[in-house]
Write a protein that binds this ligand. Structure first.
Ligand SMILES: *Cc1c(COP(=O)(O)O)cnc(C)c1O
Length: 200
């Protein structure tokens, strides 16, 4: 089980002590914010691995493939095709996770549970290294059934990795077989509200 330290909203100064303590796996949810702080840290610590855990707009795919070591939010054919194109163009292969909308929430990204197997196959056919699934359960529901569903989908699809569990529910996620938990608040404390100029 690996811990993705989620550094969205935190400055390099806030992140540095965690790197100095030896942690090397981090998550950001926005490409542009990550570009502002991670190239320098990655140059200093080449073994840092960075996961994109937020929605990826297709027009930011080139930047995402260049900076991140894994994209956890592959959720639609157009994005999968764009990642495949960029991997080819940049001569770089990154790890991919398919995001599953386990709660089938209208406003949330991710493929429907019933479409997961065929979408993973589609991604593999395009040359994407899909090694796992990721989910964010609905905020107002007991998360365990969502973690259990993601674990079943991964088992059925022979996928090794399960990215599930955040500060509020990581213990339950680990019990259900999480191989990555994504923790922000539990490590860094509460995030401040993003500045009005924050990019999307
Ligand atoms: C912010 C974020 C996290 C971390 O959330 P905490 O509750 O602060 O641990 C995990 N996953 C995703 C996708 C996030 O956007």
């Amino acid at each position: 089980m690996s811990l993705v330290a989620v550094t969205k909203s935190w400055t390099p100064e806030a992140i540095r002590p965690v790197v100095s303590a030896g942690h090397r796996l981090f998550g950001e949810n926005r490409v542009q914010e990550a570009q502002g702080k991670w190239p320098e840290l990655k140059a200093l610590y080449p073994d840092i691995r960075l996961h994109l855990i937020g929605h990826l707009q297709t027009n930011k795919t080139a930047d995402a493939v260049a900076l991140f070591d894994a994209i956890e939010t592959v959720d639609r054919p157009k994005l999968a095709a764009a990642i495949a194109r960029e991997q080819e163009r940049q001569g770089r292969q990154i790890d991919c996770f398919v995001q599953v909308n386990t709660g089938e929430e209208l406003q949330k990204s991710g493929v429907a549970p019933a479409d997961t197997a065929s979408f993973v196959r589609h991604c593999h056919n395009l040359g994407l290294a899909v090694t796992g699934l990721m989910c964010i359960p609905p905020v107002d529901q007991e998360p365990v059934p969502h973690f259990a569903l993601l674990a079943k989908l991964a088992r059925d699809g022979d996928l090794r990795h399960l990215s599930m569990g955040m500060s509020a529910d990581y213990a339950a996620a680990i019990e259900q077989g999480a191989t990555y938990v994504r923790l922000g608040t539990a490590i860094f404390g509460p995030r401040k509200a993003p500045p009005a100029t924050a990019s999307v």
